[in-house]
Design a protein around this ligand. Sequence first.
Ligand code: NOJ
Length: 454
Amino acid sequence: MFKKDFIWGAASAAYQIEGGAFEDGKGPSVWDVFSHQPGNVLFNHNGDVSCDHYHKYKEDIALFKKLGIKNYRFSVSWPRIMPNGTGEVNPKGIEFYNNLINELLANGITPYMTLFHWDTPKALDNIGGWRNPAISDYFEEYARVIAENFGDRVKYFMTLNEPQSFMHGYRERTGMPPVAGFPICEMVPTIHNVLLAHGKAAKVLRELVPDAKIGLAPCGNYFYPLDENNPSDVEAARQLTMGISQDLEQLHWNISWYSDPIYLGSYPADQLEVYGKYLPDGWEEDLKIICQPLDFCGQNVYGGYPATMDENGKPMKCELPAGWTRLGNNAGTPVTPLSLKWATIFLYERYKLPILVCENGMACTDTVSVDGKVHDPQRIDYLHRYIKGIKEATEMGVDIMGYFVWSVMDVFEWSKGYSMRLGLIYVNYQTLERIPKDSAYWYKELMETNAENL
Ligand code: NOJ
């Protein structure tokens, strides 16, 4: 049974839906530049127009309302608000988000605001981006502008979306700007800057919006027990999900390396032994800022792998059989409903905060059928199974406060461009027509009934 006040919602992000990329004084972000460099994005798509939500937000919100969406998670474009990332504030940017928030509230929809969903102002990228220790001060300055302008009406904030993913762009050479390929010794201080940025922003939001609920939306690699009834498989999944990454080069995808400092005020001891030597001077003091009181433990979960213990009693990832259903997005994540269930269990037992599932959804190649409708039984089945998973976790005592489907409508899917669709609402990128998919109506009923019929 879900709580009576369970938060059902749907989500989006600025660069993925807004368009208006160079309008009304907005500064360029790293994604504006990256998507225009040939070869970075499939078919060289970019977010210049995208869903044109910047101009169509009113009709979009009217459609959300019609589809029973009462909670909407969206992100603010930092360079729309501050074209250089610091200093000058763009009044037109403030006006856009004021209009958006007011329109949501007028339609009975609660705003859930993410401060940063990967669109780093290009001006800050030019001076080192997230590698520059000053980024945490710039982010704090931006958070102050957010709190002062929107904190009277917005009460739910997420500082960062998937730090693991945008750190991927610093670690690897594909998929995400700055495609830099930095070694682990440079990733450790960079991730530290990210954590400090979160802490400073959370602190300023708390000071200026005392009644706010504050958190963030990280991701990671997820594992679930091969046999749910086998305690040793449960332990294997726990260790792989929350412990040190087996592949030391993959530190940036770890969960606890990010979340322990944020929720517990310390880097995980086993990992500190390996990576501690790369942390910047004064990191212990910084932990006091990084670890701000938070109201929920947000997490984005799409899929993962089963785990068991090998013959030496070491946790082991199990491969999935050939042909297993996978998401068509960048990561090719396997569809494994148990990964969401067990992620909430492991996160709740470690951080002891109500869990907010900030993203979960299915990437498919949806099409408009001859009847003019978009039939997406795969997505309905995916959502059904994953939501059932969190229902089971709830019954096991996990405090889950809400769930957001990714995404409210089809969006620019980063380096996959418009080739992959995750939305509840189909977007025709030529005509900009919106068509609610079958899943949107299915989800409407689920929200109305608080998932009683699941
Ligand atoms: C997580 C990201 O936050 C979002 O931007 C992306 O579209 C989805 N994953 C799907 O890949």
